[in-house]
Design a protein around this ligand. Structure first.
Ligand SMILES: Nc1ncnc2c1ncn2[C@@H]1O[C@H](COP(=O)(O)OP(=O)(O)OP(=O)(O)O)[C@@H](O)[C@H]1O
Ligand SMILES: O=C(O)c1ccc[n+]([C@@H]2O[C@H](COP(=O)([O-])O)[C@@H](O)[C@H]2O)c1
Length: 332
C-alpha cells in the first residue's frame, strides 16, 4: 500500500485524507524533541494507513506570551530555521511572532487552515503572486480535496487544558471538534486518564490521536537553558547550528565568544522573564490576564548586584503536572 492510497475491503482504491500538523510553543530554544514529534506522528499515520501527512508547521509563540526564558521571537525563529535546514517537510511559520500581540492557539490554527483552504480553492489566482509563505506544504493543488490542519503537541500541553483560566473551554472544543489533536506521550503525563476525566475531551475522543513515543527523550528547553546558563555543554542535545547561534548571540546568559579572538566573555542578554529590568517588568504588571504573564516582581540584593526575578504565580501560569514532574526531576 502506498502512503497516498488505501484499499477498502473490496480492494477498491481510496485516496487517503490529507492532513498537516502544526506545533505551537515557545521553542526557546528548539530541541530535537520538538521535531521528533513530527516524525513520530508522520510514521504513525503512515503505519496506520489512515492519513497522508502533507506537511509540518512549527509556530513559535509571540514575545508577549512572556513565559520564563522566552528569548525574542526573531531569535527563536532564526534558531528554528537553522534546526530545520535538514528537514524536507517541517517548516517554520513566523505569523504568530509578527502579530501585534499574543494569539490564542485556536486563531493560529484557523489562520493557517484558512490560508491553505484559500490556496487550494482558488487555483486560478496563481501562486498568490508567487509569494507563498515558507510554511506552506508543497503540492497542495495536486489534489482538489482539502487538507485538515491538526494541532500536534506533547502530552503536557494537552494536560495544560486543565489549568484553570488558561484555555477557554470554547477554544478547546473548537480545537478538538473542528481541527483535531495529535498527542505525543511524555514522561509524567497520562493522556488516556486525562481524556477520561474530561467530558469534553471524551466527547471528541475520535478526533484525538494518542501516540506512544517508544524512544522517549526528556530533553526540554528548560533543561537546555539551565545547562547553558551554567556554562555546561549542550552538545548532542541541540543541533550544532543552534548551539553556534546561541553562542554568537549570547542567548540564555551563555558564556559567549567575541568574534575576533574567540575568547569567552560573559554577556547578559535580555531574556523575557529572566533578566528584564525592573522598570520594564513593572510596566507589565497592570495588564495581567494572559498566560505566562508577570504578576509579581521580586528584587533581591546579592552583594552590590540587584537581581530581578519575575515570578509567575497563580493558576493561569502554573505549569501542568507533567511539566512540574519534568522540572522536579531536574531539581533533584
Ligand atoms: N521531550 C518532549 N517529548 C514530547 N513532547 C515534547 C517534548 N519537549 C517538548 N515537547 C512538546 O513540544 C511543544 C512545544 O513545547 P515547548 O516549547 O514548551 O517545549 P519545552 O521543551 O517543554 O519548553 P519549556 O521547557 O520551556 O517548557 C509542546 O507541545 C510540548 O509538549
Ligand atoms: O490558546 C490558548 O488559550 C492558549 C493557552 C495557553 C497556551 N497556549 C499556547 O500553547 C503553547 C504553550 O507553549 P509552552 O512553551 O508554554 O508549553 C504556546 O504556543 C501558547 O501560545 C495557548
Amino acid at each position: 500500500m502506498s502512503t497516498l492510497i488505501e484499499h477498502d475491503q473490496m480492494n477498491n482504491q481510496r485516496l487517503l485524507p490529507r492532513i498537516a500538523l502544526i506545533a505551537c510553543g515557545s521553542f526557546s530554544p528548539p530541541t530535537p524533541m520538538h521535531f521528533r514529534m513530527f516524525e513520530i506522528a508522520k510514521d504513525f499515520f503512515k503505519t496506520q494507513g489512515t492519513h497522508h501527512v502533507v506537511g509540518g508547521i512549527v509556530s513559535p509563540t509571540h514575545d508577549s506570551y512572556q513565559k520564563k526564558g522566552l528569548v525574542a521571537g526573531t531569535h527563536r525563529f532564526a534558531m528554528l530555521k537553522l534546526a530545520l535546514q535538514s528537514s524536507t517537510w517541517i517548516k517554520t511559520s513566523d505569523w504568530e511572532i509578527q502579530q501585534a500581540e499574543w494569539t490564542r492557539t485556536l486563531s493560529v490554527l484557523q489562520y493557517h487552515q484558512n490560508y491553505m483552504n484559500n490556496y487550494i480553492n482558488s487555483p486560478l489566482e496563481g501562486d498568490m503572486n508567487g509569494t507563498l509563505p515558507g510554511w506552506m506544504p508543497p503540492g497542495l493543488r495536486e489534489r482538489q480535496d482539502g487538507v485538515q490542519l491538526k494541532l500536534l503537541c506533547g502530552a503536557d500541553l494537552l494536560e495544560s487544558f486543565a489549568v484553570p483560566g488558561l484555555w477557554a473551554d470554547k477554544d478547546i472544543e473548537d480545537i478538538v471538534g473542528n481541527h483535531g489533536l495529535v498527542v505525543i506521550s511524555r514522561y509524567g503525563a497520562n493522556p488516556e486518564k486525562f481524556i477520561f476525566e474530561s467530558d469534553l475531551l471524551t466527547k471528541y475522543q475520535k478526533n484525538i490521536t494518542l501516540i506512544t513515543n517508544w524512544v522517549p527523550n526528556e530533553v526540554s528547553s528548560t533543561m537546555i537553558r539551565r545547562l547553558i546558563s551554567r556554562g555546561q555543554s549542550v552538545k548532542y542535545l541541540l543541533d550544532d547550528r543552534v548551539i553556534d547561534y546561541i553562542q554568537m548571540q549570547g542567548l540564555f546568559n551563555c558564556k559567549t565568544f567575541t568574534l575576533d579572538n574567540r575568547k569567552p566573555t560573559s554577556m547578559n542578554v535580555f531574556c523575557c522573564g529572566e533578566n528584564e529590568s525592573i522598570a520594564s517588568a513593572k510596566k507589565l504588571l497592570p495588564s495581567r490576564n494572559g498566560p505566562g504573564q508577570v504578576i509579581q516582581v521580586v528584587t533581591s540584593e546579592k552583594g552590590t548586584k540587584v537581581t530581578t526575578e519575575l515570578q509567575r504565580i497563580g493558576s493561569a501560569s502554573d505549569e501542568s503536572d507533567a511539566k512540574k514532574k519534568k522540572t522536579d526531576a531536574v531539581n533533584v
